[in-house]
Design a protein around this ligand. Structure first.
Ligand code: GDP
Ligand code: IMO
Ligand code: MG
Length: 421
């Protein structure tokens, strides 16, 4: 059965690790949205590898890895990653990228940087040009991967865009981008990518027709979704389940199981409301234990308790079947662990996650406390061998949300995964 693996929080839930663990059972792994704002960490032969664009199934021999039409691509970043994984013996015989993926141009990145720097409300973007590239798509002026095939044609398409962007960049006192600075590198990258490029819409539908199993790899998380996240502190795509259809060309009939990934606590990189956020010593402790520094930008991640109000919202809007709970081991040393079970607003309790800034900045989290298990869980193989207090914690989450926890991750390595099925 096909499987969608989707982040349930503000990204960095451990999707890379979870997908690497799950991928070997699938014929195809496909990325459907986002770009190299994503940073998915995988351990392969004991080495840490961070994938930004390549699907996390790339290390499973026999699995076809596809970058779908919904992903925005910086071609230079993509060839850099291809070169990197080749060092680990990955052959890329089964790697495919969509001709119809919109390109991220240097102009997009420059605007992302200068606009972000001058904004009153700072989103804290990854400064990769993601927002402007998606804006071009909906603005009907995007340049696509297939446009790299012909230099003259590419130049003709880029010229008016370059003018448009340089005006905007200039308005924010940024330095203009000249097409000549990058065109040759982009065309060269196009030549390198050509053997991998296809119409992935037909390819994926053909796989589906032939009964091949497909894993959809989400980037970011539901709370960063452009439609359902904490707007404007969101990314410019749909990490939620709806993004799969627009980003692959497969219909709802190709949807099978939906597995949501959540940490056993919460993190967030960049600005925006975060009701369960911790500060002070416990925040420091959690950040250090969880090594909570961004895989893409290196920024320290903001940290907090698991927010069950937010989690229930994410589960609801994605029709999630089960939860893959990650980083349980990070809580091993805590004397006391809390979860948010409700928000207090105007003296009343609410279980509504209204993603508006005004609401989320004003609510007070209602906490439920658990005694810590104070035991190492990193070596645990079977669920029954987890400390009883850790099981109580997991089972509380299941009962509260009504969604079962299928897997528990107790370390960054592929093997450090407890499956309950
Ligand atoms: P992604 O963006 O969702 O793929 O997550 P990231 O790779 O950005 O961040 C997750 C981080 O946690 C990475 O450094 C992983 O190696 C690490 N990680 C994943 N699962 C676990 C786990 O169960 N325990 C611990 N300690 N680390 C984990
Ligand atoms: P993965 O796939 C965590 C955040 C940025 C910023 C906001 C908008 O590794 O989970 P953007 O550059 O997308 O315009 O930034 O979204 N963000 C992420 N946070 N994990 C990610 O990806 C993220 N991708 C974007 O920090 O707050
Ligand atoms: Mg990440």
């Amino acid at each position: 059965m096909n499987l969608a693996v989707i982040g349930l929080q503000w990204g960095d839930e451990g999707k890379g690790k979870a997908i690497d663990y799950l991928a070997s059972g699938f014929d195809v792994v496909v990325r459907y949205q986002g770009g190299h704002n994503a940073g998915h960490t995988i351990y392969y032969k004991g080495q840490k590898i961070i994938l930004h664009l390549l699907p996390s199934g790339i290390f499973s021999p026999g699995t076809t890895s596809v970058i779908g039409n919904g992903v925005v691509i910086n071609p230079l970043q993509l060839i850099k990653e291809i070169e990197n994984v080749k060092k680990y013996g990955v052959t890329l015989e089964k790697f495919v990228v969509s001709y119809f993926a919109p390109l991220i141009l240097p102009e997009h990145q420059r605007l992302d940087i200068v606009f972000e720097n001058s904004r009153y409300i700072k989103i804290g973007t990854t400064k990769r040009g993601i927002g402007p590239a998606y804006e071009d798509l909906t603005g009907r002026r995007a340049i696509f991967a297939r446009d790299l095939l012909d230099k003259d044609d590419f130049y003709k398409k880029v010229k008016p865009l370059n003018k448009y962007y340089n005006k905007l960049i200039g308005a924010y006192d940024g330095e203009k981008v000249e097409i000549d600075q990058y065109i040759d590198e982009y065309i060269e990258a196009g030549k390198i990518l050509k053997p991998f490029a296809q119409n992935t819409v037909y390819l994926l539908n053909e796989y589906f027709r032939r009964g091949r199993s497909i894993l959809f790899e989400g980037a970011q998380g539901i709370l960063l979704d452009i439609n359902f996240g904490t707007y404007p502190f969101v990314t410019s795509s749909n990490p939620s389940v709806g993004g799969i259809f627009a980003g692959t060309g497969l219909s709802h009939k190709a949807m099978g199981q939906i597995t949501g990934i959540s940490k056993a606590y919460t993190t967030r990189v960049g600005g925006g409301p975060f009701p369960a956020e911790l500060s002070g010593e416990s925040a420091e402790f959690l950040r250090e234990k969880g090594k909570e520094y961004g895989a893409t930008t290196g920024r320290p991640r903001r940290v907090g308790w698991l927010d069950l109000v937010a989690l229930k919202y994410a589960l609801m809007i994605n029709g999630v079947d089960d939860v893959f709970l990650t980083k349980l081991d990070v809580l091993d040393e805590f004397d006391e662990i809390n979860v948010v079970t409700a928000y207090e607003t105007a003296g009343k309790k609410s279980d509504v996650f209204d993603p508006s800034i005004d609401y989320l900045s004003s609510v007070k989290p209602v906490l439920k406390s658990f005694p810590g298990w104070k035991k190492n869980t990193g070596e645990t193989v079977k669920y029954a061998d987890l400390p009883p207090r850790a099981r109580d914690y997991i089972e509380f989450i299941e009962n509260f949300t009504g969604v079962p926890v299928c897997c528990i991750s107790v370390g960054a390595a592929r093997e450090q995964t407890i499956s309950r099925t």
